[in-house]
Design a binder for this molecule. Structure first.
Ligand SMILES: NC(=O)c1ccc[n+]([C@@H]2O[C@H](COP(=O)([O-])OP(=O)(O)OC[C@H]3O[C@@H](n4cnc5c(N)ncnc54)[C@H](O)[C@@H]3O)[C@@H](O)[C@H]2O)c1
Length: 475
């Protein structure tokens, strides 16, 4: 792993500092927004395999200008205070940019999930959740976690259940975490949301020829060569949708054990199945394998999607990166110094605070759904169905009265009357959010000669909204 020289938080803060240097804010407010409000560290023991094991976990709250605060919980060996604080600060800026009404938070547990059996993971997760719930660091009104690296629906279900066991009278208990399974208060489309958001972000970028020209790109996503690092939740869904729906070619995949390459494009589902079966990409048929996967970050391609870890593009490799467009599906994959090297080379970076905001956007829909205690879109759907029935009846009457030689097929009527389900509502809400946030960001990027890139523009939009919130409500 590439630790970020000088620290992850320092790297995010360097990006923040560049943005505020182009804004008219008081030094006191600049400092208040930058700092992380609080980080709670917990060390707890769990008796496993006849021995007591001590685990270290964190929950960091960066900004409470809006509450609840929101952010994922990561399970990985590299978790530490610097990492959760940097990730929490990115959550603050991300939520402000896509206008989800949350402050920023993040959590982490220092653990290798692959070293433990599922029932042991459940014990550990529930105990960690217990420690956080006790201190209102998991709470539907104050702090709402979600999945991140190493966690998913399973861990969120355990945490929500733990909360409900401890707070039996909280009628909003299910809203204490998002990213839960569909049968436990989750929402359709949350698992795919971050990768889907990456796809929508790229689609939106490719709707703007002027922006594409900055990266020296033309045409559409169809046929574009893409390298993805990390075929986990985010990387897999982004790669799958971009290849199967937009015609892009996934020419490279980088995983823990190395990278694979195919000029004609890799079958994303087949690669994922191979990883599940063998634990890595090595041995995937009809592809070249390189045990040093990081070299593929420097491969000749049109779009690079780092979707694994922070700090993977640094001063050491940035000069050799060839991709003209990088979309940061992971948080913090490009360090502040590497960012400048890439900018000088004419590379366009779609920044993390925008690119991977699909997760928190759909988490917001899930939270609202849980608080409203009604299936998402249920009332709207009933109203739509009634309206559509009027239209179908009228079309049939017209065709009958006028003696027209056509009728609506039963299949059409059934599909039309069914209207949009939860998944369609979620996807359209996400698409709308990604388009809106890109518009706000690009207006600053293209509209101001002193703003060098989309990242600085995104920070400026986010920071001005946070500043306005502090100025309106006080500290
Ligand atoms: N899950 C979400 O909803 C979400 C939302 C926003 C941002 N993110 C960010 O996206 C990134 C990935 O998160 P995820 O949820 O997909 O995690 P994940 O655990 O599902 O997947 C991570 C993938 O990266 C691979 N990986 C780990 N170390 C690697 C290395 N050194 N080289 C190559 N591959 C490596 C893993 O094997 C795995 O396939 C993280 O930065 C996370 O903060 C996730």
């Amino acid at each position: 792993m590439t630790a970020i020289q000088g620290g992850f938080t320092a790297s995010v803060n360097a990006m923040y500092d560049r943005a505020v240097s182009l804004m008219d804010l008081s030094p006191g407010l600049v400092e208040k927004i930058r700092v992380c409000n609080a980080t709670y560290t917990v060390r707890f023991g769990v008796r496993l395999r006849g021995e007591i094991h001590t685990f270290t976990g964190y929950r960091s709250v960066h900004s409470e200008h809006m509450e609840p605060v929101k952010g994922g919980i990561r399970f990985a060996m590299a978790v530490d205070q610097d990492e959760v604080e940097a990730l929490a600060s990115l959550m603050t800026y991300k939520c402000a940019l896509v206008e989800t009404p949350f402050g920023g938070s993040k959590g982490g547990l220092c653990i290798d999930p692959s070293a433990w059996e599922p029932h042991e993971m459940e014990q550990i997760t529930r105990r960690f959740a217990y420690e956080l719930i006790k201190r209102d660091l998991i709470n539907p009104a104050q702090n709402v976690p979600a999945p991140d690296m190493g966690t998913g629906e399973r861990e969120m279900a355990w945490m929500a259940d733990q909360y409900k066991r401890m707070k039996t009278t909280d009628i909003n208990g299910n809203a204490c975490v998002t990213g839960k399974p569909a049968n436990a208060g989750g929402i359709a489309g949350r698992v795919e949301a971050t990768g889907r958001g990456v796809q929508y972000a790229l689609q939106e970028f490719f709707r703007h020829p002027e922006d594409m020209a900055a990266a020296g790109l033309t045409g559409t996503l169809d046929g574009k060569r893409i390298v993805v690092q990390g075929l986990g939740n985010v990387g897999y869904h982004a790669a799958k949708f971009l290849s199967s729906e937009d015609g892009a070619r996934i020419t490279g995949v980088i995983e823990r054990d190395g990278g694979i390459w195919s000029d004609t494009g890799l079958d994303v589902d087949a690669v994922r199945a191979h990883i599940r079966e063998t634990g890595g990409v090595k041995g995937f048929p009809d592809a070249r394998f390189d045990a040093n996967g990081a070299t593929l970050l420097e491969a000749d391609c049109d779009i690079l999607i780092p979707a694994a870890l922070e700090g993977v593009i640094h001063t050491g490799n940035a000069p050799r990166v060839q991709a003209p467009l990088i979309i940061e599906a992971a948080n913090g994959p490009v360090t502040a110094e590497a960012n400048d090297i890439l900018l000088d080379k004419g590379c366009v970076i779609i920044p993390d605070l925008y690119a991977n905001a699909g997760g928190v956007t759909v988490s917001y829909f899930e939270w609202v759904k849980n608080l409203s205690h009604i299936r998402f879109g249920r009332m709207q759907r009933r109203a739509e169905e009634a309206r559509h029935q009027v239209l179908v009846d009228e079309l049939e009457r017209l065709s009958r009265d006028k003696g027209l030689a056509w009728t609506l097929s039963d299949d059409f009527k059934a599909r039309y009357l069914r209207g949009a389900g939860e998944l369609e509502l979620v996807r359209s809400g996400l698409d709308d959010t990604m388009r809106g946030a890109y518009g706000a960001m690009r207006e600053v990027w293209q509209g101001r000669a002193d703003v060098p890139d989309l990242r600085t523009a995104g920070f400026i939009v986010a920071i001005s909204r946070i500043a306005a919130s502090y100025q309106a409500k006080g500290l």
